[in-house]
Design a protein around this ligand. Structure first.
Ligand SMILES: Cc1cc2nc3c(=O)[nH]c(=O)nc-3n(C[C@H](O)[C@H](O)[C@H](O)COP(=O)(O)OP(=O)(O)OC[C@H]3O[C@@H](n4cnc5c(N)ncnc54)[C@H](O)[C@@H]3O)c2cc1C
Length: 352
């Protein structure tokens, strides 16, 4: 099995051994077997946040292919790890449940959402996630971790902090089996917490808007940036945002021009906009497709023509092509602004 067939950036060489886990039990069994044998393990959901090397993954790849949406007592919605995320979000909107609508259109599986505390448009999963059930590879047991125990941060969690792909740990200590959310019985309306979204909906930030309208508007805004998967549009053949927004000491902010966006990030730190830093370091949309730049990756990879944060496969790129673009952008930003960008996707078998 070539991993390129299972990653949204459409790159990645062969899997040593491929297991399609159609149930929780099958997933636990496959993970346990690989761990007992000391075989490298890659647990894969939708492959939308993993950049896999051209050499592939020499160990066992366990594809989580079990879906499910279950309404439980106490207003809990339980999503199985392999459940397609956006299908679940659409389901909540249809059922008048508010909390996930701003996270519409994000590819991948429900089980991966706590890993990097998936977020967009003023929301992230930590805002309504109650707990996860997970296979603890170290303890060899199914455990429950509460939201507090998951230690969520910006694109971060306790689960993510156990990933160390450079040392061969492409899968975290905990393999999430299901995720519990507590959503509001909103009926028809939901609060809007993001200025651009509020503007598009014609309401003030913090006001309410119809739940369905929020989902539709988020999908439209995302599509305009190539952030909704589209088999016909290479601007979406990526891992989404390639870089996280850097969190830096306030002193770094004072070195940047007036117009550089910065948001409070606690204790003398600010969060900068990676997209702004990239654009103002001279890397525009489509960087890599221009004649002089094409040699970088032969025109096979480039920044999206809609959004400077995504590194995209124009059809025949290798993982190395994507990395060549990303490296040039990262180094150029560091040279221009003295700020080092860090990748958001998990780099499996390769480095930036
Ligand atoms: C077009 C596009 C737009 C995107 N937009 C956003 C966005 O707006 N906001 C955002 O936060 N992200 C975004 N992403 C990134 C990505 O969609 C999310 O991070 C998503 O949650 C990844 O899910 P996945 O199932 O594809 O994970 P994979 O790519 O399959 O896995 C990623 C990592 O998580 C681990 N993992 C996967 N499932 C589990 C599990 N059940 N238990 C433990 N570890 C697991 C894997 O081992 C791997 O290390 C975008 C990606 C794309 C391609």
């Amino acid at each position: 099995m070539r991993l390129a067939e299972h990653t949204t950036s459409r790159v990645g060489g062969p899997a040593g051994h491929w297991v399609t886990a159609a149930s929780e039990e099958a997933a636990v069994e496959a993970v346990r077997r690989a761990d007992d044998a000391g075989t490298p393990l890659l647990v894969l959901g939708g492959g939308s946040n993993a950049l896999v090397a051209d050499a592939g993954f020499p160990g066992t790849v366990v594809h989580l292919a079990f879906a499910g949406i279950e309404q439980r007592s106490g207003g809990i919605l339980r999503l199985a790890a392999g459940q397609d995320w956006d299908e679940a979000v659409a389901w909540t909107v249809e059922h008048g449940l508010s909390g996930l609508e701003a996270l519409s259109g994000i590819p991948g599986s429900a089980g991966a959402t706590p890993v990097q505390n998936v977020g967009a448009y003023g929301a992230d999963v930590s805002q309504c996630l109650v707990a996860v059930r997970a296979w603890d590879r170290r303890a060899g047991a199914v455990v429950e971790l509460s939201a507090a125990e998951l230690g969520f941060g910006y694109r971060d969690s306790v689960i993510k902090r156990t990933l160390a792909p450079a040392e061969g740990a492409a899968t975290p200590r905990w393999v999430v089996l299901s995720v519990d959310f507590r959503l509001r019985e909103a009926g028809e309306v939901a609060p809007v917490r993001y200025a651009q979204l509020a503007r598009a909906l014609g309401v003030a930030e913090g006001e309410h808007a119809p739940l369905r309208a929020v989902r539709e508007q988020v999908l439209a805004l995302r599509a305009g940036k190539g952030m909704v998967l589209d088999a016909a549009d290479p601007d979406t053949w990526s891992t989404g945002s390639f870089f996280t927004n850097p969190i830096v000491p306030e002193a770094v902010r004072s070195r940047l021009p007036e117009g550089a966006p910065a948001f409070g990030a606690g204790e003398g730190h600010v969060k900068l906009s990676a997209a702004w830093l990239i654009e103002h370091a001279g890397f525009g949309r489509g960087f890599g497709l221009g004649a002089g730049e094409a040699h970088l990756a032969g025109g096979r990879a480039s920044l999206s023509t809609k959004h400077t944060l995504a590194v995209t496969n124009r059809g025949s790129a290798t993982a190395e092509d994507l990395l060549a673009i990303a490296r040039t952008v990262r180094d150029g930003v560091e040279e221009a602004w003295g700020v080092r960008l860090h990748p958001e996707p998990v780099l499996v078998g390769c480095t930036l």
